[in-house]
Design a protein around this ligand. Structure first.
Ligand code: CTP
Ligand code: MG
Length: 227
């Protein structure tokens, strides 16, 4: 495949509660990062994966992922992540070899994103989009509130979308966005492209690409483990 995937996996997972860094917590006997990379390698488009890992975890993650990728033809790079997600992505981007014109960025915490979603995002970049994000309609009614929690308005949810990963980019576009913006505050990479005035397009997301954030999400994800 001509696609490299950056996998930010260096977060602590504070909202999941005390324990190992989130990407290294196990579900059905495998760390979330293993579930995530296994699915990435199942996507036809993927040729290389660079994971941003917690400090001190390079050797243990290498031992975890090398057998997952053995025989798949998918290359592996590992970097130590930064203090913020955006910095972890920038560090991983700097470790991508030449020859990958399309870059995807995929949260380790979305460990059960299906391979078809990965290929769908990459295909949209290949078809000409500079930046592509998978999205789902918002199902809840959304209200604005004041600092006391009193409702000040109801937002029109028909124009809103919940955003997932993998997000896909022409490599030059993602590199330019990260080069201009290094303050670390962006919660997704498409946001950096938007700040530069770039055009971001959408493809349908997948419910199984949920971000494992709180303990309840881990219970949901347990339903998605391969039998
Ligand atoms: N991430 C990262 N480097 C950081 C912070 C986050 O690589 N400095 C990664 C996480 O490992 C995760 C993804 O970015 O795969 C999305 O972040 P989030 O879901 O917020 O994970 P955590 O930051 O680990 O969780 P929390 O915010 O609850 O501590
Ligand atoms: Mg976080």
């Amino acid at each position: 495949g001509d696609v490299a995937v950056l996998v930010p996996a260096a977060g602590r997972g504070e909202r999941l509660g005390p324990g190992l860094p989130k990407a290294l917590r196990e579900l059905a006997g495998s760390p979330l990062l293993v579930h995530a990379v296994r699915r990435l390698a199942q996507a036809d488009c993927v040729g290389h994966v660079v994971v941003a890992v917690p400090a001190g975890a390079v050797d243990s993650v290498s031992a975890l992922l090398t057998p997952v990728l053995a025989g798949t033809g998918v290359g592996l790079g590992l970097v130590v992540g930064g203090a913020e997600r955006q910095q972890s992505v920038a560090l991983a981007l700097a470790a991508v070899p030449g020859g990958y014109p399309i870059i995807l960025v995929h949260d380790a915490a979305r460990a059960f994103a299906p391979p078809e979603l990965v290929d769908r995002v990459a295909a949209a970049v290949r078809a000409g989009s500079d930046a592509v994000i998978p999205v789902l309609p918002v199902v809840d009614t959304i209200k604005q509130v004041d600092p006391d929690g009193a409702v000040t308005g109801t937002v029109d949810r028909s124009v809103l979308r919940a955003v997932q990963t993998p997000q896909g980019f022409r490599r030059t576009v993602l590199a330019a966005a990260h080069a201009v913006d290094t303050d670390g505050g962006a919660t997704d990479d498409a946001g950096l492209v938007e700040r530069l005035g770039g055009r971001v397009t959408t493809v349908p997301g997948a419910e199984s690409a949920l971000k494992i954030t709180r303990p309840f999400d881990l219970q949901v994800a347990a339903l998605l483990v391969d039998p």
